[in-house]
Design a protein around this ligand. Structure first.
Ligand SMILES: Cc1ncc(COP(=O)(O)O)c(C=O)c1O
Length: 412
């Protein structure tokens, strides 16, 4: 405890190191919070990534729905290069033109009138939870603070967002969690209506549950939540950290449903790989936050907002979004054709390029078989394969991927 350690010799030469070398070094020094795949990726271009040994992979997970414009997008890289020559950081003690322009774009393109920037999805949701509490406190008094959240949801790993996440496996060993969260089954409007009581301030929901296995909202469900919120003067919060930024074929998933939330959170793909989070709200809700009520040192800095401004200009183009919908339909139809040939596939579901295949068994061997054949996918909830390719994936690349997936399904 507290003794001075002799300087360690970490700085081996990094040339000629194999994947195995890197994995062993990582295992020695990193806190082992991830069950990482045995892969060391060092280069990316579009829908492809390469490992240390030069092996090529089709990336159908895109950093978990982050690199929606693929790896090393030329326009995003150019915007970053320009900005890092000018100014990297000043903090929110000052006004930041790129941040203001990004807030203007996001509010022009959504229901929202105001934006706050932070650095991750969890942080955006923390901000949303605080905003709900402050709004309810100002309007209705201190007895109103509870958020109704959904079973199987995922909102992040900070203590507040973990407390809002409806999956007990993530809570293990972190008690006591934050009070003020109630849980009901996803897609059960009656359960939400029953759960509303005088302490309820808001309803927090992912329009499509991502980590929970690409679980789709039942017809009328999100609209029903909107009605309940209106009837009981509650705030409706959509966590669009995963579903936002064109992933479902609309810029924001809520646009599919003809309703809007009062608060929305974004992160992941907003800056195509640089850390960013965003809290968006109507003017009426946002005005309960004043100077000092919330802050972030790095939030909305010049570099990350330069990238995000470029990302949103590209993704918000109607033709770009129409192509996402069209390619998503094609991909889904082809996955359904695979389902017809393989009994182990229980269901194919999703929207746009947020697709999943539920299996009757553990999906790990298929993830491995795909990787061995040069394609990266993810398995969530043990048996649900998740497909989240970059949105600029071509039909040809979808076909290449499907050939690999078909072989992997045959092999297991
Ligand atoms: C819907 C949703 N909300 C929040 C988060 C947390 O985001 P982050 O890992 O950037 O904190 C995630 C991450 O997977 C997510 O999918």
């Amino acid at each position: 405890m507290g003794t001075v350690q002799p300087q360690k010799e970490h700085q081996e030469s990094t040339t000629n190191l194999t994947s195995q070398n890197w994995m062993e070094r990582g295992q020695r020094v990193l806190i082992p919070t991830y069950a990482r795949q045995p892969l060391v990726l060092v280069r990316g271009q579009g829908v492809r990534v390469w490992d240390v040994e030069g092996r090529e992979y089709l990336d159908f997970i895109a950093g978990i729905s982050v690199c929606n414009l693929g790896h090393v997008h030329p326009q995003v890289s150019a915007a970053l290069n320009r900005q890092v020559q000018e100014l990297v950081h000043v903090s929110n003690l000052y006004h930041i033109p790129n941040q203001i322009e990004l807030a203007e774009r996001l509010t022009d393109l959504s229901f929202a009138e105001r934006a706050f920037f932070c650095n991750s999805g969890a942080e955006a949701n923390e901000g949303a939870i605080k905003l709900c509490r402050r709004y309810a406190y100002e309007r209705f008094g201190p007895e109103r603070y509870q958020l109704i959240c959904m079973h199987n949801s995922f909102h992040g790993r900070t203590l507040a967002t973990l407390s809002a996440t409806g999956q007990e496996k993530f809570w293990q060993g972190f008690a006591p969690l934050l009070p003020g969260f109630a849980f009901v089954p996803f897609n059960d409007l009656e359960a939400v209506a029953q759960a509303i009581n005088p302490s309820t301030a808001a309803i927090l929901v992912e329009p499509i549950q991502g980590e929970g296995g690409v679980q789709m909202p039942a017809p009328g469900y999100l609209e029903g939540l909107r009605q309940l919120c209106d009837r009981h003067e509650l705030l409706l919060v959509f966590d669009e950290v995963q579903t936002g930024m064109g992933r479902t074929g609309k810029l924001f998933a809520y646009e599919h449903f003809g309703i809007a939330p009062d608060i929305m959170t974004l992160a992941k793909a907003l800056a195509n790989g640089l850390p960013i989070g965003c809290l968006l709200a109507t003017d009426q809700v946002a005005q309960v936050f004043g100077p000092g009520s919330h802050a972030s040192t790095f939030g909305g800095g010049p570099v990350v907002t330069a990238a995000a401004g470029t990302v949103i200009d590209i993704i918000s183009q109607p033709t770009f979004l129409a192509e996402v919908r069209e390619k998503g339909e094609y991909f889904k139809t082809r996955l359904q054709q695979l389902q017809a040939r393989h009994d182990l596939i229980k269901q194919v579901r999703g929207l746009g390029l947020m697709l999943a295949m539920e299996l009757d068994r553990d999906g790990g061997p298929i993830v491995l078989a795909c990787r061995e054949r040069g394609a990266l996918i993810n398995c969530t909830q043990g048996n649900i394969l998740r497909f989240l390719p970059p949105l600029l994936v071509t039909r040809d690349e979808i076909d290449q991927f499907l050939t690999i997936l078909a072989e992997a399904l045959k092999a297991v």
